[in-house]
Every structure is written in C-alpha cells, then in structure tokens.
Design a protein around this ligand. Structure first.
Ligand SMILES: Cc1cc2nc3c(=O)[nH]c(=O)nc-3n(C[C@H](O)[C@H](O)[C@H](O)COP(=O)(O)OP(=O)(O)OC[C@H]3O[C@@H](n4cnc5c(N)ncnc54)[C@H](O)[C@@H]3O)c2cc1C
Length: 231
C-alpha cells in the first residue's frame, strides 16, 4: 500500500495510511524468540500466527503498528480518544483557525425502540428539513466564530461556539493488538454508526498490511471478553 492511500469516510472525513512497522512475519519472528527457534518455512509461520491469535498470545502483535492520518467530526473523536493506548496528535484550534467543515449524515436516524444505545434510519423523519435545520445551525455558529475572531477574541476562546459536528484531524499510531481490540469494540453493532464507518476504513488499511492476522481476525473474531476457543 502506498503512503498517502486515502479512504473517504463520513462526508468530508478520511482515513489515510501514513506508514507502518512490521509484518505478519515480524509477529511470528518475535514469538519464536521464546524458544529461540528459526522459521520452519512459510506454511509453519502462518500456522503459528493463527495459533497465536486464536490462543490470545497477544504481545507479538504489539510488535507491529500503523500510523494513520484521520479526519473525523469532534463527537467521534470523543469516542476515539477513549482508546488509551493510541498515540495521537490533533490539529489545534488554538494555533490555527478551524475550517468551515461540519458533518451531516446522509440519512437521519431515530432512537431505536428496543436498544437504548442504538438508532435506525426512519421514514418518519423529514430528512431534507432536518438537514436544512442543522445546516443553518452550522452556518450561524461558524458566522459567530468568525465574528468573534474579527473582534479580536483569541482562537482558543472563539471556538467554544462551534458544534461538535465540526471536523478535526489527527495523526494516530496504534499497535496491532490494540487496533484489533478497538475494531472489536467499534465495529460492533452496539457502536455508533459513524465510528463503525471509521473503524471499517482503518481495518481495510490494516488488512492489506497484515493479511494473515486479518484472516485469523475474520475466522475467530473473538469478542473482547470471549475466551479462546478450545478447539
Ligand atoms: C458501544 C460502546 C459504548 C460506550 N459507552 C460509553 C459511555 O456511555 N460512557 C463512557 O464514558 N464510555 C463509553 N464507552 C467507552 C468504554 O467504556 C471504553 O472506555 C472504551 O471502549 C475503551 O475501551 P478499553 O478501555 O477496553 O480500551 P483501551 O483504552 O483502548 O485500552 C485497551 C486495553 O488496554 C488495557 N488498559 C489500557 N489502559 C489501562 C489502564 N489505565 N488500566 C488498566 N488497563 C488498561 C485494558 O486491558 C484495555 O482493555 C463505550 C464504548 C463502547 C464500545
């Protein structure tokens, strides 16, 4: 995968591959240090990797990491930063003026009647009217932001009038073990649709870089609290 490869998400957002460390073979190599045993060929290497994944020998997967550049709305960033092992740097609204870029869903969702956490696209909602209403809110907030800046208010204070739908940008580096943990939590049905879309794009990048690992991920797809399968 070429550095700079970019997957669009959430309207004006994106997940961009910057670079990465290691490979499926690095995972196997680091695991083999336990016995100081050399590789017994590619087939055995792949078998070992699948064994490691299935039996939650997770530390060799931490030998690999990916750096992404991600553009997402601030309300999704709030969920993203809960993943404490991710190392990130964010665009600063103190040091530069934030762009007039806000997230608008293509279809509005209503609260799910059964699942408190969930939501679903509903025909009972007037989608064009909701989009107009929220767009007007964005325009008005951004106009106030500009007006405060023009009156000499510091960027760090003027930004307080901006909605959490405004886009922010990060550079983030995550190791493969914790990326998989993140994907298990954030591609799950219980997670918000917007972060699921972002997680899926991050996975698409990772799948190209570590194909054996993701073969195991799709095959065993262990939930966060699941035990290793006995067979
Ligand atoms: C569907 C969903 C709904 C959620 N709703 C809410 C909500 O309403 N309110 C809310 O506040 N949060 C909410 N969260 C966030 C959730 O509680 C976790 O903070 C978030 O998912 C990160 O999970 P984590 O701690 O396992 O992962 P990470 O922070 O990525 O950490 C990965 C793993 O590293 C280990 N680890 C990292 N740091 C520490 C540490 N300091 N001590 C011990 N172990 C550590 C743990 O094993 C952890 O599982 C929600 C998450 C999801 C997926």
């Amino acid at each position: 995968m070429e550095p700079g490869h970019t997957l669009p998400i959430l309207g004006q957002g994106f997940v961009r591959y910057i670079d990465h460390l290691g490979s499926d073979l690095r995972i196997v190599e680091s695991a083999r240090i336990s016995y100081k045993s050399p590789s017994k060929g590619i087939e055995q290497d792949k078998k070992l990797l699948i064994y490691l994944y299935k039996n939650r020998h997770t530390s060799p997967f931490e030998q690999c990491s990916i750096t992404y550049n991600i553009k997402m709305p601030i309300f999704i960033m709030r969920q993203f930063v809960r993943h404490r092992t991710f190392r990130l740097n964010e665009w600063s609204g103190r040091y530069s003026e934030l762009a007039d870029e806000f997230y608008l869903p293509t279809r509005w969702r209503a609260a799910d009647a059964k699942n408190k956490q969930g939501s679903q696209v509903s025909d009972s909602l007037d989608h064009p009217a909701l989009t107009r209403e929220v767009k007007a809110c964005h325009d008005s907030a951004y106009a106030t932001y500009q007006s405060l800046l023009q009156k000499g208010v510091a960027r760090e204070l003027a930004r307080m009038v901006l909605p959490v739908s405004i886009f922010t940008e990060v550079y983030v580096n995550c190791d493969l073990h914790n990326l998989i943990h993140f994907l298990q939590l954030r591609e799950d049905d219980h997670a918000q649709q917007e972060i699921r879309e972002m997680a899926a794009a991050m996975r698409v990048v990772a799948e190209k870089l570590y194909p054996w690992t993701f073969e195991a991920f799709h095959k065993y797809r262990l939930g966060v609290t699941d035990q290793s399968p006995s067979a």
